[in-house]
Design a protein. Structure first.
Ligand SMILES: [Zn+2]
Length: 339
């Protein structure tokens, strides 16, 4: 606990400066992305993030009042509208038809018989190549109310995947502070736990041309790991991404490992199609998926926000921001996936 608390505190005063333009103005420099020194020697400064806002958002999304954010539930809609309000408050752009993008759902009793859902979508327009896109995704739904364990039937899904959804907001806020070279789309997608209608809908009825998406960056379960380890999967399928992912990993404040992205990982251990990055992969769009290995609270009512590890969580989201920054500065051309 001490280590995580210290790591979090280190980001706070520096973040405070990031939101204050007067310091930058007095230095005569143009406003830029908020950065803080890297913890590893030889590494350039890493992106700073609104770590306080990140934790506020993840606690809000994983609160008992959200009742597990099941696809089609009133509380799923509440989580969706909360994320939309956060994107609106940041003032980030929209893509037609607007902040909410309707996607079809195969109606089923376990999906409350709803036949549609909505993704929450925002964009920060690029300054050099605005018609080329980096698409950052995270699902905001979870499995709702289920079998009680120790008298608790609310499956909060704090790590899975309130952590990724809240990270989208922090990343959007970071990149909105200074235009990237390429446009960055932030899409909170619905229904990952029920067949991924959100990400499927995003690519099946695309609102940005699929051939103009350079890469998908997906976050699913990024809030805790007892070994301080997160995986960046994708280079096994798209080897051209390996140099930029390895450079990111080498400077990450957490242990960032490559893997879980080839058949050699064994049955169930190739994560390529196990979260929303799979929808992009099926369209031939390269992906990098950030996520942790399953923990004891996976898909249990005990996946609660107080079990998140703030130092690790902030470190992972900064790592994702660093990957996006590196990729934006030197994008990797698309080539077909390896088998
Ligand atoms: Zn998930």
């Amino acid at each position: 606990m001490r280590l995580t608390a210290t790591a979090l505190l280190l980001t706070l005063p520096l973040f405070g400066c990031a939101g204050n333009g007067s310091q930058k103005a007095s230095s005569g420099q143009a406003p830029g992305l908020a950065m803080i020194p890297a913890t590893r020697a030889g590494c350039a400064p890493l992106p700073a993030l609104d770590s306080v806002g990140l934790l506020r958002d993840v606690f809000r999304l994983a609160d008992d009042s959200m009742r597990g954010r099941h696809l089609g539930s009133p509380e799923g809609a509440k989580a969706r509208d909360y994320l939309a309000s956060r994107f609106d408050a940041l003032g980030i752009g929209t893509i037609a038809p607007g902040r909410l993008h309707r996607v079809p759902v195969i109606a089923a009793p376990r999906n409350f018989n709803v036949d549609h859902a909505f993704n929450v979508v925002g964009v920060v327009r690029g300054s050099v190549s605005p018609e080329q896109y980096i698409v950052v995704t995270a699902h905001f739904d979870h499995v709702g109310i289920g079998r009680a364990v120790e008298n608790d039937s609310i499956y909060n899904g704090a790590d899975d995947n309130a952590s990724g959804a809240a990270a989208l907001v922090a990343l959007a806020k970071h990149f909105a502070a200074a235009p990237p070279r390429h446009s960055i789309v932030f899409a909170a997608v619905d229904g990952e736990e029920r067949g991924m209608p959100g990400s499927r809908g995003f690519v099946d009825a695309p609102t940005v041309p699929l051939d103009q998406i350079l890469v998908n960056v997906n976050l699913d379960m990024v809030g805790r790991n007892a070994k301080n380890e997160v995986y960046a999967a994708g280079p096994g399928k798209y080897p051209q991404l390996r140099p930029v992912v390895e450079a990111t990993a080498n400077c990450s404040p957490v242990t960032t490992l490559l893997g879980h992205d080839t058949p050699a990982a064994g049955p169930g251990n190739d994560w390529t199609n196990q979260s929303d990055q799979g929808s992009f992969h099926r369209k031939g769009i390269p992906f990098v998926y950030f996520g942790v290995e399953d923990h004891a609270d996976y898909h249990k009512p005990s996946d609660t926000p107080e079990r998140l590890m703030p130092g690790f969580y902030v470190g992972v989201v900064r790592t994702v921001a660093d990957f996006i920054r590196r990729f934006d500065e030197a994008p990797v051309a698309r080539v077909p996936a390896a088998p």
